[in-house]
Design a protein around this ligand. Structure first.
Ligand code: SF4
Ligand code: F3S
Length: 346
């Protein structure tokens, strides 16, 4: 049952016990946990003592914050807002300037590094849009700026708040981070190729493609491969989790995937309307595994790992002086450039 401060807080938001149970079930499902774990999640969240959260933004459009906060009610954000103690968030906090800086310093001092830090924008995973060529500000991802920090990278432009919530729920339930791939991205969200989850895949396999925006194939929902869709070389769970409270995702709405969760996609996946290199056997019931292997070979050069987590801005310091004990969850834009199931991190 829900009890304590969380119960009161959710009630004040108009969130019923039924909503809470439903939320726990959806999080367990998203995390690919067996159904019996839904009750474990429920119990853990009911008893959690709200961890402190610091949310930092670096050269960003605040799109990740907007994505988190602009969901309908009762929403993912209702739960996340109440499960955590939001001590510092530049977009929504009342204070500014000196007051805000003092608030951040107070959190860092009082909690002695024991807080969650979320970072969005440049300095997140891979530097995001700001880092794209010619990178006039010299932006880098957080893992480059503060190597060695413990992070989870949540690529996407913006991130999907359901995935971020699931990472937090996993942490609060099991006191550890979910399984990550070689880019420190959670496997439950970045473990599958979009092309393999796409509702237009049958059209691809049958060779039915949109040839021109607005043509008959477009109106009929044919495959967008020829319009530049990067779905065959991108991984993310957006086809199943979707956006706008699960109503749609880019391909469903008629636009090809631009691989917004791939590593440095602004540079590596553009021009966005050019076809990805022809996939062997394309259009004739290609084995998904073969497609994946081929793409892996095609993009192997230039792969790099760019951390997304970040420390509090004031904690960014020279290499070798990173603060210990901070679990950081960062977000950013960027996706994976290799295809095929990501490797689980050793
Ligand atoms: Fe879907 Fe794009 Fe793959 Fe076509 S190419 S099936 S639109 S992901
Ligand atoms: Fe999904 Fe981003 Fe592509 S939301 S469909 S990975 S552009």
């Amino acid at each position: 049952m829900i009890n304590g401060p969380l119960a009161q807080a959710l009630k004040s938001r108009g969130v019923s016990r039924r909503d809470f149970v439903k939320f726990c079930g959806s999080m367990a499902s998203l995390l690919a946990l067996p159904p019996r774990y839904a009750s474990a999640v429920e119990t853990a969240l009911s008893q959690t003592t709200r961890p402190v959260l610091v949310w930092l933004e670096f050269q960003d459009c605040a799109g990740n914050s907007e994505s988190m906060l602009r969901t309908s009610s009762p929403s993912v954000s209702d739960f996340v807002l109440e499960l955590l103690s939001w001590e510092y968030h530049e977009l929504i906090m009342a204070g500014a300037g000196k007051q805000a800086e003092e608030a951040l310093e107070r959190v860092m001092r009082d909690h002695k590094g024991q807080y969650l830090a979320v970072v969005e924008g440049a300095c997140a995973w891979d530097g995001g849009l700001v880092r794209s060529n010619p990178n006039p500000t010299g932006a880098v991802g957080l893992q480059e700026a503060v190597p060695g920090v413990k992070i989870v990278n949540l690529g996407g432009c913006p991130h999907n708040p359901a995935n971020t919530a699931a990472v937090l729920v996993h942490y609060l339930t099991f006191h550890e981070l979910p399984a990550l791939d070689q880019y420190n991205r959670p496997l439950f969200a970045y473990g599958n190729i979009i092309h393999d989850q796409c509702e237009r895949r049958a059209h691809y396999d049958a060779g039915r493609f949109v040839e021109e925006w607005g043509d008959e194939g477009h109106r009929k929902g044919y495959c967008l491969y020829k319009m530049g869709c990067k779905g065959p070389e991108a991984t993310y769970n957006c086809p199943t989790v979707r956006w706008n409270d699960g109503t749609s995702w880019p391909v469903k709405s008629g636009h090809g995937c631009i691989a917004c969760a791939s590593h440095r996609f602004w540079d590596t996946k553009s021009p966005f309307y050019s076809r990805v290199p022809s996939v062997p056997g394309f259009g004739v019931d290609v084995d998904a595994g073969k497609i994946g292997l081929w793409l892996t070979a095609g993009v192997a050069t230039g792969l790099g790992l760019h951390g997304i987590a970040s420390a509090a801005r004031a904690q960014i310091r020279p290499r070798g002086e990173e603060p210990a004990g901070v679990t950081e969850i960062a977000r950013g834009s960027g996706v994976l450039e290799r295809e095929g199931p990501p490797e689980k991190k050793a």
